[in-house]
Ligand binder design. Structure first.
Ligand SMILES: CC(C)(COP(=O)(O)OP(=O)(O)OC[C@H]1O[C@@H](n2cnc3c(N)ncnc32)[C@H](O)[C@@H]1OP(=O)(O)O)[C@@H](O)C(=O)NCCC(=O)NCCS
Length: 169
């Protein structure tokens, strides 16, 4: 990761990519609500059985600063990237791109040569990141998930997503 202070000097911070584990979740509250982290915990159970990969980009002190999953059960012959999130204070430093490339390596290592993802139509910046990485839009599809408000209440969030894919060969 490379940060650029106001005096123009590059500061290089080493990071590594590894599997996310249940022990990491208390350090991932920046990625979403307690409900969201509960969903991630369930996905880690699926990771243990090989249905998904769930990755973490970690700093030198092993703290996750970017996390995201690859689901192999959504589309036959493709890995579907989802739940990608970068620690807000470290967005726009290249961590999201690093995470996507690491996810693509995991997909290839299973002999699968297509990556897919859905990005909300209301999130053009994330879409621009994926386009820069070679993803091409091919369809749109509604999606919905539970979100937790600051008062703890849970409601269903409905949205429209652009579906994107990339040939990994
Ligand atoms: C979308 C998201 C995953 C992208 O991750 P990111 O780490 O911010 O993305 P990157 O840094 O790899 O690339 C994005 C930007 O950083 C810039 N950048 C990349 N590497 C850089 C570097 N070394 N130095 C300076 N800028 C850099 C890119 O040009 C790009 O520019 P922008 O800020 O104008 O968009 C992240 O911003 C995020 O978690 N957003 C909130 C949740 C979300 O939207 N998730 C996606 C759901 S589909």
């Amino acid at each position: 990761m490379s940060l650029l202070p106001t005096d123009g000097t590059d500061v290089v911070v080493p990071v590594l990519v590894r599997d996310l584990t249940p022990a990491d979740l208390p350090a991932c509250t920046w990625s979403g609500s307690a409900v969201h982290l509960g969903q991630v915990a369930k996905e880690l159970e699926r990771a243990a059985s090989g249905e998904v990969d769930y990755l973490a980009v970690c700093t030198a002190v092993d703290l996750p600063v970017a996390i995201g999953g690859v689901d192999y059960q959504v589309t036959s012959g493709a890995g579907t990237l989802w739940q990608l999130a970068v620690l807000p204070a470290l967005q726009s430093c290249g961590l999201g791109s690093l995470l996507v490339r690491a996810a693509e390596d995991r997909i290839r290592s299973r002999g699968i040569l297509r990556a897919e993802l859905g990005v909300e139509e209301s999130n053009p910046r994330a879409r621009a990141v994926y386009e820069r990485l070679g993803y091409v839009a091919y369809d749109r599809q509604p999606d919905a998930w539970d979100v937790q408000a600051p008062d703890g209440s849970i409601h269903r969030y409905e949205t429209m997503c652009t579906l994107m894919r990339k040939d990994l060969s």
